[in-house]
Design a protein around this ligand. Structure first.
Ligand code: B3K
Ligand code: ZN
Length: 873
């Protein structure tokens, strides 16, 4: 067992102050010479061996202070370089290794994408480049010299500022980069290749001019304009909102086509999956534009939350990730619509984090052990991590939160630090005791929060009783009560919030109830009439709320709640109940269908709500969300059918209003990716989806027409997706048309792959097998693999969850195959099985058989073996 525990953390016995790298790129190998200035740490005993990490390295030469080492002084293996008795003083270790980036299909360390040399070092990739103390609490300044053939790699980039370069003879040239900010090795990056670029500049608040560039393959420059615009807006926002300025002379972004994740925040040299950079209306959807904006912002914001202040160890990952997601979410809210952004973030949280937190892969936002750190870049660390920071901001108020953030930067700039230190600055700045709050980082699982109410007409007294409970998660059988901030209002009969004259029984701070105990009853005195409570406004805590409110009261909130989030939530709740009742065999009553449809139609026509909000209001809970709420004996076909019949009822009743809403938003204005225009398209396409899936007369033809006439990818893909989801008579032909006319661009090919993968149709698996079997299928590109199999496993519940188990086997076979080349991609896809125990017995057995088959075949990477073991545990 190679489990690593937080409790075993100890400072490194040696530090590396400075790194000088000399990287020489050749046609089929790369040589890396490293000069590391090393010194013993404070309490290190003389004679303590120095163990540097490596991963698949071969040592060519080794010297200390210029003198070659005798064989007995060190031991070199592919994964470690040990100096038996290093000098007990500052010294320079010189090593040289040889790498073959061309054969690096894991895409960690130095690899080649489309001929371009590039790197991914987080979390433990730097050890695949040179022997090093590859841990985030080792901070060093870097000087990097790169030499390459000038024609092959006219562009040579690394972290920091450019500091020289020139001719190297023989058609070769070199460039030197210096990064003055001490950084951990995971933030190291280099890029060498023949790349095009767009250039711009940004002048910081204090007047420093920063040169900005986005590099990409030739011919794609125009597609980088939106990303550049998002970058400049991010830089301005961080100054405005947090007083944080950029700190180098240059900021470079490089788009590469083979990348395991979304993007990477390397100091001054962000490397991006190209799908999060390239955008033009014909190939990118509104969702793609929004994704680019938010990830550009996220990586930029890491410069302060992650780079200037980094993590002491990988257990602290959410110190930088949760906080930075919170920051990018706030950026999106400020740039677009706050309530719409909140709905989108919560939908994502529920779709990704809640199932994780409720299944075998549940872990605290700050885990205390891991076997493979790559498997902890999870929705819990990222999305729940952001929710925790959001709760902190809710509890402390805007000014209090900002005061804590200011103190964090003041105190910890230049540090590799911990969650405890982060909490401490907020406790200190606010004078509050945050020790119970800290449980949010330590305890896994989504709390269930049950609410009951009592109303006493005679005394005008209204009480809310809360009961919280967190179910056991792996390794944590007992759970403590959490601090739960519940933003709320007591909605009166006319739809506005009512006041009260007194309150007792718990902590209430204006519109915030702060729960601290397992059970709390709060009594409000002097309430004018029986209220409908609107609880957890803005989703003020990541919990599962259940209340005693009936459908009529929910529909009342849907119409009147002052909080738009809860208006949306109320509609979701009503739909959820109707669907779950149907899954349980109760036919949808006419009265229920009418009442729900009326509320939808009213929302659709309401003034003062933007189209993007309405689009969310008209989107029924996803099948996977319904499955999560049902929680056991899940039959995906029954869920699909129940949801489908509610859609049919809506489209039958509201066909006319929906058709009008569609037509009213059909004006063919030139495409702009802004929030208002995107909202208009989102609503129109949501309406189209309801009509097509609801089988409304003429709707299938409308989808086909929209597909052919669309002037942008958003509308074209939405039409295609509606047709595929309903498997209309034209669906197959539209898929073929899309393949023929639109997939020359690899990012659009991904959309075609995903469209195939999500068809809730019996022939889907066969189609996917054929696509994968094509010898031309790019089987090493993560984007292609995820578009096909990731979409299938995560977004096609009926076909992944086929009763005959063929969907499960398809995915485990895929994982076994891809794992040999790229463990990160394989392990990630496998996490789709986290729901396997919630299936009805037949599917549960089939899923388990597929998983056990994978385990028995053996030979899995540590990444995949870890996910598999925990999933089966
Ligand atoms: N920090 C990187 C993620 C790296 C993933 C390594 N498994 C991107 C980000 O979160 O900004
Ligand atoms: Zn991040």
């Amino acid at each position: 067992d190679q489990t690593i525990y937080l409790k075993d953390y100890a400072p490194s016995p040696y530090l590396i102050e400075r790194v000088e790298l000399d990287v020489r790129f050749e046609e089929s190998e790369t040589r890396v010479r490293a000069l590391l200035t090393i010194l013993p740490n404070r309490d290190t005993e003389p004679g303590t061996p120095l163990v540097l990490d490596g991963d698949e390295l071969t040592l060519d030469t080794i010297a200390i202070d210029g003198l070659p080492l005798v064989l007995s002084a060190y031991a070199a293996t592919p994964d470690a370089l040990t100096l038996m008795e290093p000098p007990h003083r500052r010294f320079v270790l010189e090593t040289e290794v040889r790498l073959t980036p061309e054969t690096n299909t894991r895409l960690m360390g130095l690899y080649r994408s489309n001929g371009v040399w590039c790197t991914q070092c987080e979390p433990e990739g730097f050890r695949r480049i040179t022997y090093f103390l590859d841990r985030p609490d080792i901070l060093s300044t870097y000087k990097v010299t790169m030499t390459a053939d000038r024609a092959l790699a006219p562009i040579l980039l690394s972290n920091g500022n450019p500091s020289g370069g020139g001719d190297a003879g023989d058609g070769r040239h070199y460039a030197v980069w210096e990064d003055p900010f001490p950084k951990p090795a995971y933030l190291f990056a280099l890029v060498a290749g023949d790349l095009a670029a767009i250039h711009d500049s940004f002048t910081t608040a204090s007047g420093r001019k920063v040169a900005l560039a986005i590099y990409c393959e030739h011919g794609k420059q125009e597609q980088c304009a939106y990303a550049m615009d998002a970058l400049k807006r991010s830089m301005a926002w961080d100054e405005r909102r947090f007083g944080l300025e950029y700190d180098l002379d240059v900021f470079n972004i490089v788009a590469v086509s083979d990348f395991n994740f979304g993007a990477m925040e390397n100091k001054g040299l962000n490397i991006f999956n190209d799908k999060l950079v390239f955008a033009r209306p014909e190939t990118a959807t509104d969702v793609d534009y929004a994704g680019i904006e938010s990830v550009i912002a996220h990586e930029y914001f890491h410069n302060w939350t992650g780079n200037r202040i980094t993590c002491r160890d990988w257990f602290q990952l959410c110190l930088k990730e949760g906080l930075t997601v919170y920051r990018d979410q706030e950026f999106t809210m400020d740039e677009r619509s706050r309530p719409v952004a909140r709905i989108e973030d919560v939908r994502k949280l529920r779709a990704t984090q809640f199932p994780e937190d409720g299944g075998p892969l549940a872990h605290p936002a700050r885990p205390d052990n891991y076997r493979e750190i790559n498997n902890f870049y999870t929705a819990t660390v990222y999305e729940k991590g952001a929710e925790i920071v959001r709760m902190l901001a809710t509890l402390l108020g805007e000014a209090g939160f900002r005061k804590g953030m200011d103190l964090y930067f003041e105190r910890h700039d230049g540090d590799a630090t911990t969650i405890e230190a982060f909490i401490a600055v907020f406790a200190e700045a606010s004078g509050r005791d945050l020790s119970q709050f800290e449980q949010w980082y330590l305890q896994a699982g989504t709390p269930d929060l049950e609410v009951g109410e009592t109303w006493d007409e005679a005394t005008r007294r209204y009480s809310l009783s809360f009961r919280q409970r967190t179910r056991p998660t792996p390794g944590q059988p007992e759970k403590a009560p959490m601090v739960i901030p519940v933003r709320f209002g007591l909605v009166g009969p006319n739809g506005s919030d009512m006041g009260w004259s007194g309150v007792s029984g718990g902590r209430v701070e204006s519109d915030l109830i702060v729960l601290e105990d397992g059970e709390t009853t709060i009594t409000f005195e002097g309430v004018a009439s029986r209220p409908v409570p609107s609880l957890l406004r803005g989703f003020s805590a990541p919990v599962n709320l259940t209340s005693s409110l009936g459908q009529a009261e929910k529909l009342f909130l849907a119409r009147h709640d002052a909080d738009p989030f809860n208006r949306w939530q109320a509609l979701q709740d009503v739909a959820m109940k109707l669907i779950i009742d149907a899954v349980d065999g109760a036919a949808l009553s006419t009265a229920d269908a009418d009442a729900f449809t009326d509320a939808l139609v009213e929302t659709l026509g309401a003034e003062g709500l933007d189209d993007a909000f309405k689009a969310h209001a008209l989107t029924l809970p996803a099948e996977t969300d319904i499955a999560r709420i049902i929680g056991k004996s899940v039959d995906p076909d029954a869920i699909h059918a129940a949801r489908q019949s509610l859609i049919a009822a809506i489209s039958e009743r509201a066909g006319h209003a929906l058709g009008e809403a569609y037509d009213a938003r059909s004006a063919d204005t030139p495409y702009s990716p802004g929030a208002a225009e995107a909202g208009r398209r989102a609503l129109r396409n949501t309406v189209l989806g309801l009509l097509v899936r609801g089988g409304a007369p003429g709707a299938a033809a409308r989808a086909t027409t929209q597909y052919h006439e669309a002037g942008n990818m958003t509308d074209r893909l939405a039409a295609l997706s509606s047709a595929v989801a309903a498997w209309t008579g034209d669906a197959q032909a539209l898929l073929e048309d899309f393949r023929t006319h639109h997939t020359a661009d690899p990012l659009v090919y991904d959309k075609w792959l995903a469209a195939n993968a999500i068809a809730p149709h019996g022939g889907t698996l066969e189609r996917l097998r054929a696509i994968l079997a094509d010898p031309d299928f790019p089987r090493n590109n993560p984007n292609r693999l995820r578009a096909l199999v990731g979409s299938f496993a995560n977004a096609n519940p009926t076909q992944f969850g086929r009763a005959d188990g063929a969907g499960f086997r398809f995915v485990t076979d895929f994982v076994a195959d891809v794992d040999r080349r790229n463990p990160n991609v394989a392990a990630r896809v496998l996490t789709a099985f986290r729901v396997w125990r919630t299936y009805e017995p037949g599917r549960r057995e089939a899923a388990e058989r597929a998983l056990r088959g994978l385990a028995e075949a053996g030979g899995l990477s540590r990444n995949t073996a870890d996910i598999l073991a925990r999933t089966l545990d």
